[in-house]
Design a protein. Structure first.
Lengths: 224, 224
DNA sequence: GACACCTTTGACGCGTTCTTGACGGCCGAT
DNA sequence: ATCGGCCGTCAAGAACGCGTCAAAGGTGTC
């Protein structure tokens, strides 16, 4: 989840930003003045900062410089002042973008996307741990005791359905539908075949599975 | 010297931008329409693109997408249209900033500084090492045991997609989409053909690839 | 107009994966 | 205790996907 720090002393604007950003999947922290902003930034280490100039306690450039001292996160400045000199000062202090109020919320979100797009796809990918095995669904990579395990396409699809429903029971019908297609309803032998292969590759003791469980007569379940 | 590509069909604006940017130490190339822009970008490999929308031959988004396939260089869009929808479209197509005309030249320069500041010291020379081979994506240069290796445009695009997702599996569909276009879904023979060429040029033993790996039935993966 | 280079297309052999069928064991129901 | 259903396992043939070679378009250059 991308973390955004919103700095604004006007509660309504801060609230509106929080709601809109949260609705689009960002994790939002807010601060009402410069001192709070710097403290919050140190605490949450945001991936992006939306900064309103004209804070009660500090000058905008000071806040930017305070952040830039240790963070490379993009800073998107909001301001009521449209004068070019203000914009130039903020940008040269280290801001990445400058939007004048009143602003269109859609445009702001687009600028947030543009800013996070650059620094975004750097590192993080969600890995699921299954005992001694780690599964990276995005990279399509499985490691068991450090070295990689190869899965066939069908094995991947089956594992993915189970892993995306952690702890939940997935019926045989649903598994067959999502992996083989809607025309497959009763081919439970496929499931037996591939579940056995997955256990052989992922479980410490394939005969006594701990994470890939059978619910007789119903379906299968992945237990983290 | 930082290289800037200015794309504008109005000669006066292009001239004004060239003069101002040159005066501030940038190396400026100009193009008057979309086709010229894409060709010039391929030739000079700019560090930043200033792009006027409303070109005579192509839609703005097309130009942006055409550039984004090649390069990560910041794109600063100029436009006479102030509508939010236009801005959002351009930013989501891959632009980094959007300035409406008439613009203040000082502000534009500040935005140029802000954009180049990010990409400048951060990813200065993204040279990737593949065993005895080094790949410099920005400079479009490949060296194997010191000598230069020539890649065709298609080979470059394919290699770039893979290198930008180190360790991650890239599906056949995504590769086809990003290199040949969204209408290509099942032409896996293209991939086989060009992967073989890349391996012949980059791998020590093309028959036993170590870095450009095949995941049967799914896609390809670059392992650093 | 000839040439060189790149892209597109077709075909073949081979290894891997998928599909299919059959068998035995465990468990609950009769 | 017996039976039937369900699951795990094993072992085939069939089908698919990949690497490779070869050759036909296509485009720009000299």
């Amino acid at each position: 989840m991308i973390k955004v720090l919103v700095v604004d002393d006007e509660p309504q604007i801060a609230r509106a930003l929080r709601i809109n950003l949260s609705a689009h999947g960002y994790e939002v922290t807010t601060a009402a003045d410069g001192a709070q902003a710097l403290r919050a930034a140190a605490a949450v280490v945001p991936d992006l900062v939306v900064l309103d100039l004209g804070l009660p306690d500090m000058d905008g450039s000071e806040v930017i410089e305070g952040l830039r001292g240790w963070s490379k996160a993009p800073i998107l400045v909001l301001s009521g002042r449209a004068a070019s000199a203000e914009k130039i000062a903020a940008l040269d202090a280290g801001a990445d973008d400058y939007v004048t109020k009143p602003f269109d919320i859609g445009e702001l979100l687009a600028r947030v996307r543009a800013a996070t797009r650059r620094s975004g796809p750097g590192s993080d990918s969600p890995v699921t741990a299954i005992g001694p095995v780690t599964v990276d669904l995005a990279a399509r990579e499985v490691r068991k005791d450090g070295d990689e395990v190869r899965l066939t396409p069908t094995e991947w699809q089956l594992l993915e359905v189970l892993l995306r429903n952690p702890g939940k029971l997935v019926s045989q019908r649903e598994l067959l539908h999502r992996v083989w297609g809607p025309n497959y309803d009763r081919e439970t032998n496929y499931l037996r075949q591939y579940m056995a292969q997955l256990r052989r590759k992922l479980e410490a003791d394939p005969a006594r599975p701990v994470h890939l469980l059978t619910e007789p007569g119903m379906g299968y379940r992945f237990r983290p």
